[in-house]
Design a protein around this ligand. Structure first.
Ligand code: ZN
Length: 402
């Protein structure tokens, strides 16, 4: 039986407390100042929050840690895909090393649950998937990592892609990916037939990248909703980006949100700026599971990203125009527990804006001790003094793996 004791922590900024952890779960939370067991970890008055969950990160699309490369990505999903295809093999180190380093950086900064994407197409075949699988293996015991088989170049435009996707699902991928069913493959019915057909065959979840705007996005979303209902895949489907939800005015939007909530279809956002910013409060108040992701990280698509979900949480608050502490803290609840609830139905959906779960008796001891006066202050200050726990064990301290 493994045990760990934390002293002097403030769960979600509350009263100074001591916390007992047994067998990977929180066993007791008491007022601080009692008997200190030998070997207890001194929390130094830091905040105690659930660990971050990165539910949308391209583990095979990163140049973090490599020399700066001036960004010359052309823009647009297809053009960027071709640009990446032309250059990714020229990186200074092999993909396995890049993916492994990327996962290390995420964990060191506070992430212990990852839905990592592995691109599969007619050009790279399973090479990138195998690199991401090796990264997962290298960090087994530090984080729970799902691998999403991701058809970044579509399923139908080039030959042999569904067969490659199936091979990935047979050999360790946990989530079946889809991408812009109208926009990329130009055949939403066949695209979604492949996505849902393989998901059903292998009993895995579905996650569809949906950049399609406005009416086109609503159309594709309707097809996804139809299949989720027909196959009874409640709680097993995620829409990533879902820009159309940002473009759709309230009278049209509200019934769509009600359907997503009813079918427990979750949403993953990377907190984009401007017109693609999702109405976060409307989504979470409708009871929809929402998680946060990092997307690509300083790659051949974009120069942004530093593998820090706390920074991305700040971006989520900023792009939503949040100023009051309650909603800034809500962004932190989404970046931590919200992502966990997308990762697995075992973790309940957030109960609205004031909900701060994940640090009570019985909760998994996937936690972060984070420097900061209050949770909202911690989002603004993003201090490096952090201790990361996975399954009741310290896995990182002050941005370095232990
Ligand atoms: Zn993405």
């Amino acid at each position: 039986m493994s045990e760990l004791h934390l002293t002097g922590v403030r769960p979600w900024g509350g009263d100074l407390s001591d916390v007992d952890i047994k067998d990977g779960r929180i066993a007791a939370v008491r007022p601080a100042g009692g008997v200190v067991p030998e070997g207890a970890l001194d929390g130094e008055g830091r905040l105690l929050i659930p660990s971050f969950s990165d539910v949308h990160v391209h583990l095979d699309s990163t140049r973090l840690g490599l020399p700066w490369r001036p960004n010359d990505s052309p823009g647009g999903v297809w053009a960027n895909m071709l640009h990446d295809r032309a250059h990714w093999r020229d990186a200074e180190v092999p993909m396995t090393e890049r993916s492994t380093r990327m996962l290390e950086l995420l964990i060191a900064r506070g992430v212990t649950r990852v839905r990592g994407y592995a691109q599969i197409d007619a050009d790279c075949k399973l090479e990138r998937f195998e690199a991401v699988a090796a990264a997962r293996e290298a960090h087994a015991g530090r984080a729970d990592v799902e691998i999403m088989a991701f058809p970044q170049a579509g399923l139908l435009r080039e030959p042999g892609v569904p067969e490659l996707m199936e091979e990935a699902l047979r050999t360790g991928a946990n989530v079946m990916g889809g991408l812009d069913p109208c926009g990329v493959d130009g055949d939403p019915v066949r695209h979604l037939d492949v996505v849902f057909g393989l998901a059903e065959k292998y009993g895995v979840a579905v996650d569809v990248h949906l950049h399609e705007p406005g009416e086109l996005g609503l159309f594709s979303l309707g097809k996804i909703i139809e299949r989720t209902r027909a196959l009874d895949m409640h709680g097993k489907v995620t829409i990533s980006h879902a820009f159309t939800l940002a473009h759709t005015p309230a009278p049209r939007l509200d019934p769509v949100l009600a359907e997503l909530a009813e079918l427990d279809i979750s949403v993953a956002t990377v907190a984009p700026p401007g017109p693609n910013t999702l109405p976060l409060l409307k989504l979470t108040e409708a009871g929809i599971r929402v998680g946060l992701g990092d997307d690509g990280q300083r790659d051949y698509w974009s120069p942004y990203g530093n593998a820090d979900l706390l920074d991305r949480t700040w971006q989520l608050a900023f792009t939503n125009g949040f100023r009051n502490d309650e909603v800034v803290e809500h962004a932190l609840a989404v970046g931590t527990w919200g992502g966990a609830s997308v990762f697995s139905p075992e973790f309940r959906a957030l109960h609205g804006v004031g909900d701060r779960p994940g640090v009570a008796v019985g909760d998994p001891a996937d936690l972060v001790l984070l420097a900061g006066e209050t949770p909202a202050a911690a989002v603004m200050d993003r201090l490096p003094h952090r201790t990361v726990l996975h399954a009741g064990r310290v896995v990182a301290h002050d941005l370095e793996l232990v």
